[in-house]
Design a protein around this ligand. Structure first.
Ligand SMILES: NC(=O)c1ccc[n+]([C@@H]2O[C@H](COP(=O)([O-])OP(=O)(O)OC[C@H]3O[C@@H](n4cnc5c(N)ncnc54)[C@H](OP(=O)(O)O)[C@@H]3O)[C@@H](O)[C@H]2O)c1
Length: 230
C-alpha cells in the first residue's frame, strides 16, 4: 500500500536525550537549526506528533516565517501544513496550542476504543481518523493520509511515536541535530524509546551527511529497515 515519504526531525543532546527526566522541553539547538526546521515544516504536507509531546510541550507546530507561510498560500496550500496528533484515547486538550494557534487543518488519529464524547469534542475542531482497536494503527493511518493527498510527512516526535513509526517500517529518513549538552537520566526520553528492537530486528541506517550547525552537528540518515546487523 502506498504511504507518504516520511522523515523524523529531532534535536537531541550529545547523550541522545530529547528532553529531561521531568519530560521538560530543553533548548538543544540554535537559531540556524530552528530555521532549518521551519523550512522542513513549510515544505511538508503534514507534521505529526504523539499525544505525549502535546501533553508535555503543547507545541503549535505552525510555520514561523511570514514569508514561508505566504509562499505556501501563493502556491495554493494552507499556510501551515496539516497538523496531526496520534492519540489513541482522544486525550488531546481542547485548548491545546495546535488548535489555538495558526490556521489550517488538524487531524486527530484515535483508536476504536477512544471515549465517544472525547472524540466528538475533538471532532468540532479537527478531522478525526479512527485506525486501530486500542492503539492507533500507524500503518493504516499513513495509508489513509496518503489517500488524503499527504505525500510528504514530517514526524516531530516524541520518543514513543518515533519507535512506533520506525518499528512499523514507515520512516524513510532521520534528521537529528546533536547539541552540545548532556542531559543524562535513565528515564529521560531518547530519540527512540518504545519497547526497543530485538537483536535480529535492529533498524539499520545508511549515512547521508553530517554538517556543523549552530554549536552542534546535523546528522542525516536513510533508514534501511531491510538491513539487520551481522
Ligand atoms: N527534542 C525533540 O526534538 C523533541 C521532539 C518532540 C518531543 N520531544 C520530547 O519527547 C517527550 C514525549 O515523548 P513521549 O515518548 O512521551 O510521547 P510521544 O511519542 O509524543 O507520544 C507517545 C504516545 O502516542 C500514542 N500512540 C498512539 N499510538 C501509538 C503507536 N502506534 N506507537 C507509538 N505511540 C502511539 C501513545 O499514547 P496513547 O496510547 O494514549 O495514544 C503514546 O504514549 C517529551 O518530553 C517531549 O519534550 C522532544
Amino acid at each position: 500500500m502506498e504511504r507518504p515519504y516520511t522523515f523524523i526531525n529531532s534535536a537531541m543532546s550529545a547523550d541522545g536525550k530529547i528532553s529531561t527526566k521531568e519530560r521538560k522541553q530543553v533548548r538543544i539547538s540554535g537559531s540556524v537549526d530552528f530555521d532549518r526546521m521551519d523550512e522542513l515544516r513549510a515544505t511538508s504536507d503534514a507534521v505529526m506528533v504523539g499525544i505525549g509531546t502535546v501533553l508535555a510541550d503543547d507545541p503549535s507546530l505552525t510555520v514561523k516565517s511570514v514569508e514561508r507561510r505566504a509562499k505556501r498560500k501563493d502556491s495554493g496550500h494552507e499556510e501551515n501544513p496539516i497538523r496531526i496528533i496520534v492519540d489513541s484515547q482522544a486525550r488531546t486538550p481542547i485548548d491545546a496550542d495546535i488548535f489555538k494557534k495558526g490556521k489550517g487543518t488538524r487531524i486527530i488519529a484515535v483508536s476504536q476504543s477512544a471515549p465517544v464524547e472525547r472524540v466528538n469534542a475533538l471532532g468540532n475542531t479537527a478531522v478525526v481518523i479512527v485506525a486501530g482497536e486500542n492503539k492507533v494503527d500507524l500503518s493504516e493511518l499513513v495509508v489513509r493520509l496518503k489517500m488524503m493527498g499527504i505525500n510528504r510527512l514530517m514526524i516531530e516526535g516524541g520518543a514513543s511515536l518515533n519507535f512506533g513509526m520506525l518499528s512499523s517500517g514507515l520512516v524513510d529518513e532521520i534528521y537529528s541535530f546533536v547539541g552540545n549538552l548532556i542531559i543524562g537520566g535513565t528515564s529521560s526520553p531518547t530519540l527512540v524509546d518504545g519497547v526497543g528492537f530485538e537483536e535480529n530486528e535492529i533498524c539499520g541506517l545508511e549515512f547521508v551527511s553530517c554538517d556543523r550547525m549552530d554549536d552542534g552537528v546535523l546528522l542525516k540518515w536513510r533508514v534501511n529497515a531491510a538491513q539487520a546487523f551481522d
